[in-house]
Design a protein around this ligand. Structure first.
Ligand code: KG4
Ligand code: ZN
Length: 342
């Protein structure tokens, strides 16, 4: 089954063609990130306007790159939420119009579940093994930090999530305090590169030992704010702060995810979302996984960020046709025990 996936929940316009939920035939991502750089976060109105311009050309490019045309597409999958309402409307209404015009089934996909399915994607004809169930999924994006137990395709048990800021948001806010542009994650990673930890600078590890699978990252920004306290920082000091902040977030995410894997007896972890691109996070997860004999899967970098391929994959493995006119943008969509599609 060939699915055209459409993703417009934040500042990206992603369109992809994916076969049988795993083989990526094309993956077009256009981002309005440069317009948001100086604002410290995504400006919803600007993002939606750029998506209006970018979506139809992206659909055209994804089809021609896959060497398929509309007759070869079996279904359309669209991320219907959570996300920014303007962008969601652009993606959902375009997907509905296409489904009606081409007479194809439409699948409505939870964006967060898309981030999990980024781990099923491959461009490799030899197809590495897919993640094995049961598994723990950690979603770490700009808007979310969630731990999920997945026993099979379509069954999601939400174990916990952030009580305040998401991990990505914390990266973005701390970056702003350090005078860096949005998105902060890649810049903090770059700044922290090669820094040797210094004992005098110690940030908290929020909720590390709490008896829950919840997270809290907003206090980290406050802690960094207190250290900075309006002063001009040397580049050395900035690097130390970036390094210790990054370490704190990674320590908490890794520790809690493995605790969930132990508690529910899973031998597989998958990580998804923009923060999954972080090199230290990958390193710490891989080291602990090797030590404990638990397999950890990360998406390739281009599938960590928002993209249409993960939406097509989630649509395939959770296929449920929706009546096109009944699909609506749902900015506040989250998880229920049994996730429903459509
Ligand atoms: O999943 P995503 O592309 O969009 C949302 O669904 O929110 O995630 C964007 C987030 C931003 O907060 C960005 O700072 C963060 O992912 N991010 C990173 C890295 N690359 C992107 N955070 C830490 N390290 C990175 N290398
Ligand atoms: Zn996302």
């Amino acid at each position: 089954m060939v699915i055209l996936g459409i993703e417009t929940t934040c500042d990206e316009t992603g369109v992809a063609v994916v076969k049988d939920g795993r083989s990526v035939l094309s993956n077009i991502i256009s981002s309005s990130v440069d317009f948001h750089k100086s604002y410290g976060g995504v400006v919803p109105e600007i993002a939606a306007r750029e998506q209006v311009k970018a979506l139809i050309p992206a659909i055209d490019s994804a089809l021609s790159l896959s060497k398929l045309d509309e007759q070869d597409i079996d279904a359309i999958a669209v991320a219907s939420g959570p996300g920014l309402v303007g962008g969601l409307l652009v993606g959902v209404e375009t997907a509905k119009a296409l489904a009606l015009l081409w007479n194809k089934p439409l699948v409505s996909v939870n964006h967060l579940i898309g981030h999990i399915y980024a781990n099923w994607l491959t461009e490799d004809a030899s197809k590495p093994a897919a993640p094995a169930f049961p598994l723990i999924a950690l979603i770490v994006s700009g808007g979310h930090t969630d731990l999920i137990l997945m026993k099979e395709h379509g069954k999601y048990k939400w174990l916990g999530g952030t009580l305040d800021d998401s991990a990505g948001e914390a990266f973005d806010k701390v970056a702003k305090v350090l005078g860096l542009y949005y998105p902060g994650g890649p810049q903090i990673q770059k700044l922290a590169d090669g820094v040797i930890a210094r004992d005098s600078l110690k940030l908290p590890r929020p909720l590390l030992f709490a008896d829950s699978f919840d997270f809290s990252f907003s206090g980290l920004k406050t802690a960094v704010n207190k250290i900075v306290n309006g002063s001009m920082l040397t580049i050395k000091r900035k690097k130390q702060i970036a390094s210790e902040f990054q370490k704190s977030v990674c320590d908490v995410l890794v520790n809690k995810t493995f605790r969930a894997a132990k508690e529910f007896g899973t031998r597989q972890i998958v990580v998804g979302g923009g923060v999954a691109a972080n090199a230290l996070l990958r390193l710490q997860f891989t080291a602990s996984g090797n030590q404990l004999g638990i397999k950890v899967c990360f998406p390739r970098k281009e599938f960590s960020v928002d993209n249409g391929a993960m939406i097509a994959s989630a649509g395939f493995f959770n296929f449920r046709k929706a009546k096109a006119i009944r699909v609506n943008a749902n900015p506040g969509l989250h998880f229920s025990y049994r996730e429903t599609f459509g």
